[in-house]
Design a protein around this ligand. Structure first.
Ligand code: SF4
Ligand code: SF4
Length: 119
């Protein structure tokens, strides 16, 4: 996935506005992510799948359930209940993937990279 509106030599630090957990969209979870999150929540994988995932509209993969207002089922106020083990898609935004216009909806701030650091 390509990157947009990025300055050179910085990484963007999340300000925990929670917007990316609220806008409509899918958060896919792989087998490894399911295993990781279920372990963190101390529940069997089958129970995690039943309680927290759904099949996406295209019926091609499992995604985290969205509440009727579109927010992620793991959003608790401005906190993520599974922050320590959140899916790669969540961890990768906005430095490893983003979309045109992302800075209008994301409050992450640019911070200079240390020598040798990668975003
Ligand atoms: S939209 Fe940006 S600043 Fe807000 S929670 Fe997501 S990554 Fe962090
Ligand atoms: S898993 Fe956590 S970080 Fe990812 S969308 Fe849900 S609440 Fe946000």
């Amino acid at each position: 996935m390509s990157l947009h509106d990025m300055k050179e030599g910085v990484r963007y630090v999340c300000q925990r506005c929670g917007n990316c957990c609220r806008w409509p969209g899918e958060v896919p979870v792989s087998k490894a992510e399911i295993q990781r999150i279920a372990t963190y929540l101390e529940m069997p994988e089958s129970e995690f799948i039943a309680q927290y995932t759904e099949v996406n509209v295209q019926r091609t993969r499992l995604t985290l359930i969205s509440r009727p207002n579109h927010e992620c089922i793991f959003l608790d106020g401005i906190d993520c209940r599974i922050q320590a083990v959140k899916p790669d898609q969540c961890a990768g935004f906005p430095n490893r993937w983003n979309f045109p216009g992302w800075r209008e909806v994301c409050e992450a701030v640019p911070v200079p990279l240390a020598p040798g650091e990668v975003p």
